[in-house]
Design a protein around this ligand. Structure first.
Ligand SMILES: Nc1ncnc2c1ncn2[C@@H]1O[C@H](COP(=O)(O)OP(=O)(O)OP(=O)(O)O)[C@@H](O)[C@H]1O
Length: 262
């Protein structure tokens, strides 16, 4: 699959002094970090640390009260979710957001919507150009499905697949957008330990084989330490650590934040 697509010139994602306030509560307090191109960057923290808020700001769902998020020349804080997606920033959801009755293939084709050139009318009339384009999209979808280990499930309705497999379909749908940057919202939430290891391996192979930058928000510190190149730790909306996994894991402030949780 790496032969047909590789995002080149992926810029860093630069989060600078982002603050989000909700009616008196500061959910994020002047948070900064940088996702370097072609790396896996994790944002972790205990319950209520501000991880979801951070994710929602990056994907255009929440507005930052102050601060900036730059991706190349674009300022993401003023954009809406579909405009962020159009820049090549794809996201997954904490709770699976797929069409359960549709087969895997169709769910992945929906992910390619922004790349579809033939207009609605040409597709509807099944003009030759539109048919050619459809064949190319189908071939690419099959390739992506194979890459994430879903080759045998292309025709299966998503709702009939086990939970761990559905989470992979979600990742595949985000990949179907041919993103430069992938935002993963708690990719292993609700999975058993075997599924967690498989998902971690898949995330690493997305980075290695496709060169896509990945930002993931995750509660499970163990899983993050295995796959992230860099980790930002939040606690009560503030950044308390930022660095390589080994350094962050040994940081007394991080240990204290996670111990304080139990
Ligand atoms: N839409 C909102 N309106 C008001 N307060 C919010 C909103 N979203 C989040 N908060 C508050 O902001 C703080 C940070 O929440 P957030 O969900 O970002 O944390 P989290 O690290 O994702 O937590 P968890 O691990 O439990 O999902 C919490 O105190 C939460 O109650």
């Amino acid at each position: 699959m790496s032969s047909t697509y590789r995002p080149d010139g992926t810029p860093p994602l630069e989060v600078r002094d982002v603050t989000v306030r909700f009616a008196g509560l500061t959910a994020l307090d002047a948070v900064s970090f940088t996702v370097e191109p072609g790396t896996v960057h994790a944002v972790i923290g205990p319950n209520g640390a501000g991880k979801s808020t951070c994710f929602n700001v990056l994907s255009g769902v929440y507005r930052a009260t102050t601060g900036s998020v730059r991706f190349g020349t674009a300022e993401l804080t003023s954009l809406r979710p579909h405009e962020v997606a159009a820049l090549g920033v794809a996201r997954t959801f904490q709770n699976i957001a797929l069409s359960p009755r549709l087969p895997v293939r169709d769910n992945l084709l929906l992910g390619r919507h922004r790349l579809t050139r033939a207009g609605f009318v040409a597709s509807g009339l099944r003009l030759p150009g539109a048919r050619r384009e459809e064949r190319a999209h189908l071939a690419r979808v099959a390739e992506i499905a194979e890459f994430v280990g879903l080759g045998a499930h292309l025709a299966s309705p998503v709702g009939l697949l086990p939970y761990g497999v559905q989470k992979r379909v979600e990742l595949a749908r985000a990949l179907a957008m041919e993103p430069k940057l992938l935002l993963l919202d708690e990719p292993v939430a609700g999975m058993n330990s075997g599924e967690r290891v498989e998902m971690a391996e898949l995330i690493v192979s997305v980075k290695r084989s496709l060169g896509i930058s990945i930002l993931l928000v995750e509660h499970d510190m163990g899983m993050v330490m295995r796959l992230a190149d860099r980790v930002t730790v939040l606690d009560f909306g503030k950044r308390i650590a930022d660095g390589p996994p080994d350094e962050v894991r040994a940081d007394p402030k991080v240990i204290g934040a996670y111990l304080g949780e139990s």
